[in-house]
Design a binder for this molecule. Structure first.
Ligand code: HEM
Length: 543
C-alpha cells in the first residue's frame, strides 16, 4: 500500500517539483537560517557560495571586497556562512594568540600531493594541535638570530642575479635592453628559497627561465585553490577525488607536482650523503633541510620523512611568490614615485663604507670582491628603506583573499560601540559559531584611523611622520604577514631578502620604466601577482 503510494508519487513532474522545492528550501535556509541575516552584503551572497566563487574567478576579488566594505561597512556578509571584516581592531580577536579560530577548509585545498597523499604542512593544516607541535619543532630555523647564518646563501643568489642583469640588459639600447624585471624578481625569489632550503639553486636566475615548469605549476595550483577554495567540497571531486588518490598511490597515475618532485630529489641526495656517524660539530652552513633533518633526528616518529618533505614544500609554496610580489611592489612603487626613489637612493648612498661586506678582504686571495653587498646588520635599521618596505607591504599585500578562520562554537561578538561627533554608534555584530570569518590586508590597510590620510597612496613618509604610539599601532595592524599563531614564520627571511636585494640593485643601477604609460597587470589568485613590469637598467657606478 505504502509502496504504491511512493511509486505513484515518483513521477517525473513530482520529482522535479520536489527537487525545486528542496533547492528553494536550502537557499532560503542559507539566507535566513544561518544567523547572519542581520549582516549586510550583496543579496545573492547570502544564498550561495557560488557568488564568492564567481567573484574570485574574475581574478580581482580584492577590488570587489574593497568596494563592498565601502558600501556596507566594516562587516560584510560574503557567503551563506561567511563574513569579511575590515576593522583592524578585529585582527586581535580573530587571529589572537589563543588560536581559538581555526583555519577554514579553504586551506586543505592547498595541500599538494605526494604519492597520492596530501601533504599536511605548516601553512595548510587545520589541526591546531598538530600545527603547534610542528611549529615549535622548527621555529628556531626561522628565528631572527638564525638570519646571519642564512645571509651568505642569500648573497650568492643576489650576486648571480646582478651578474645576469649585467650580461643581459644593463646599458643596452633598443628592445635588447628591456628587462621583464617582474619575471626576474620571481626567478630570484624562487632561487633564494631553493638555496636557503636545500643549499642548491634550481637555476631560475642562472638560466633566466622557469626551470622544470615549477613556477607554471604553482601558478596553476594557485588558480585552482583560489577558486575551488571558495567551495572546498569541489576539491573532493577534482584533485583529491578518492579514485585519483588511489591510482596515484599504486603508481598508476603521477600527480606529484614538480615542486614536490624537486624537494624529494634534494632530500634523497642529502640522505645519501649523510655520514653514518654524527659529526662532532654541525656543518657551518646549515640550510633549512639540514635543520628539519635535525628535528627528525630528535623526534623521528613525529618529524618523519613525509613531514620533513612537507616542511620544505611549504617554504617553496609560501615563500617564493609572496616575496617576489613584495619585491615587485617595492621597485614599482619607487619608480612610480620618483621623489621616494631619490630619498631612498640618497639614504643608501650615504651609508658608510663599512656597511659593505668586506670580510674577505682580510684574506688576500682571488676571492676579493670589488663589488661587495651590504650587510643585513647595516641596513636593517635604515629609516627610509624600512618605511619603503613597510609601505609596499601595506599598499600591495601578497595574499589577496581574507585569511579565513572558523568562529568558535558559541559564537563571538565583533566590533564595539564607536564614539564620534554624532554620538555613540553601536557597530557590534553577533557572529554564530562555525561562521567563516576573515580579514583581508587589502581592506584593513585602507583604514584611515590607523594608517592616516589618503591610505590608497604610496607614501613611505607616513611611517616616519607618525608618533611612536601611532607607529606601533600601524605596525601591529600591518597584516601582510598575517597575525597570531598562524602568522608568517618566514617573515624574517623575506625581510632579509628585501633589505639586501633593494640596496644591491639600487646601488648598482639606475632603473627606469621601459614604458611609463604602461601599468602592470594584476592577477589575484590567492596571491596577488603582477605582470608586465618592464624596466631598463643603467649602470651607476662601481663601488
Ligand atoms: C613578503 C613575503 C611573504 C609574505 C607577504 C608572506 C605572507 C604570509 C601570510 C599572510 C601568512 C599567513 C597565512 C594565513 O594566515 O592564512 C604566511 C604564513 C606562512 N608563511 Fe609566509 N609570507 C612571506 C614570506 C615567506 C617566506 C620567505 C617563507 C619561508 C621561508 C614563508 C613561509 C610561511 C609559512 C611556512 C607559513 C605558515 C605559518 C604557520 O601557519 O605556522 N613565508 N605567510
Amino acid at each position: 500500500m505504502i509502496w504504491d503510494y511512493i511509486f505513484g508519487f515518483a513521477s517525473f513532474p513530482n520529482l522535479s517539483a520536489l527537487l525545486v522545492l528542496s533547492l528553494a528550501g536550502w537557499l532560503l535556509f542559507n539566507k535566513y537560517g544561518r544567523g547572519l541575516s542581520h549582516i549586510k552584503g550583496p543579496a545573492v551572497a547570502g544564498y550561495t557560495d557560488l557568488w564568492r566563487l564567481w567573484i574570485v574567478w574574475q581574478r580581482r576579488p580584492e577590488v570587489a571586497l574593497i568596494a563592498l566594505h565601502k558600501k556596507y561597512g566594516r562587516v560584510v556578509r560574503i557567503g551563506p556562512s561567511a563574513v569579511s571584516v575590515s576593522n583592524p581592531a578585529a585582527i586581535k580577536v580573530i587571529y589572537g594568540v589563543k588560536g581559538r579560530f581555526v583555519k577554514s577548509d579553504f586551506y586543505p585545498v592547498q595541500q599538494t600531493l605526494a604519492n597520492g597523499r596530501p601533504l599536511h604542512s605548516l601553512f595548510n593544516t587545520t589541526d591546531e594541535k598538530y600545527h603547534g607541535k610542528l611549529r615549535r619543532g622548527v621555529a628556531n630555523a626561522y628565528a631572527m638570530s638564525t638570519l646571519v647564518q642564512f645571509e651568505p646563501l642569500v648573497d650568492s643568489t643576489i650576486k648571480a642575479f646582478l651578474q645576469q642583469m649585467d650580461e643581459r640588459y644593463a646599458d643596452k639600447q633598443g628592445p635588447e635592453g628591456v628587462c621583464d624585471f617582474g619575471a626576474w624578481l620571481q626567478f630570484f625569489a624562487f632561487d633564494v628559497i631553493d638555496e636557503l632550503t636545500f643549499s642548491k639553486r634550481l637555476g631560475f636566475v642562472d638560466e633566466g627561465r622557469d626551470v622544470d615548469g615549477i613556477i607554471g605549476d604553482l601558478e596553476w595550483l594557485l588558480d585552482y585553490v583560489s577558486v575551488v577554495g571558495q567551495l572546498p567540497i569541489i576539491d573532493r571531486f577534482l584533485l583529491k577525488n578518492p579514485l585519483r588518490l588511489l591510482l596515484n598511490r599504486f603508481g598508476m597515475l603521477n600527480s606529484t607536482s614538480p615542486v614536490v618532485a624537486f624537494a624529494r630529489k634534494r632530500m634523497g641526495e642529502r640522505q645519501a650523503k649523510q655520514p653514518q656517524t654524527k659529526p662532532a660539530t654541525p656543518p657551518p652552513r646549515r640550510d633549512f633541510l639540514s635543520r628539519f633533518l635535525e628535528a627528525h633526528e630528535r623526534d623521528p616518529d613525529f618529524f618523519h620523512h613525509q613531514r620533513v618533505l612537507a616542511l620544505t614544500v611549504a617554504n617553496m609554496f609560501a615563500g617564493s611568490d609572496t616575496t617576489a610580489i613584495t619585491l615587485r611592489a617595492i621597485f614599482y612603487f619607487l619608480l612610480r614615485n620618483p621623489e621616494s626613489m631619490v630619498k631612498l637612493v640618497a639614504e643608501l648612498d650615504g651609508m658608510e663604507e663599512d656597511a659593505h661586506d668586506q670580510s674577505h678582504t682580510q684574506d688576500p686571495n682571488p676571492n676579493y670582491d670589488p663589488d661587495p653587498l651590504v650587510k643585513w646588520d647595516n641596513v636593517r635599521d635604515l629609516p627610509y628603506l624600512t618605511a619603503v618596505i613597510k609601505e609596499a607591504l601595506r599598499c600591495h599585500p601578497a595574499a589577496g583573499l581574507p585569511l579565513e578562520r572558523v568562529a568558535p562554537a558559541g559564537g563571538i561578538t565583533i566590533g564595539a560601540v564607536e564614539r564620534d561627533r554624532d554620538g555613540d554608534r553601536d557597530v557590534r555584530h553577533w557572529i554564530p559559531g562555525g561562521t567563516i570569518i576573515g580579514c583581508s590586508a587589502w581592506t584593513v590597510h585602507l583604514d584611515e584611523g590607523v594608517f592616516g590620510a589618503c591610505p590608497e597612496q604610496f607614501r613611505p613618509e607616513r611611517w616616519i611622520e607618525a608618533s611612536t604610539e601611532q607607529q606601533r599601532e600601524m605596525s601591529s595592524c600591518l597584516f601582510s604577514f598575517g597575525s597570531g599563531t598562524r602568522s608568517c614564520i618566514g617573515k624574517n627571511i623575506s625581510l632579509l631578502e628585501m633589505y639586501k636585494l633593494v640596496p644591491a640593485v639600487l646601488g648598482k643601477y639606475e632603473i627606469v620604466l621601459a614604458d611609463k604609460r604602461a601599468d602592470w597587470k594584476i592577477h589575484n589568485a590567492w596571491f596577488v601577482k603582477q605582470s608586465g613590469f618592464k624596466v631598463r637598467l643603467r649602470t651607476r657606478r662601481q663601488k
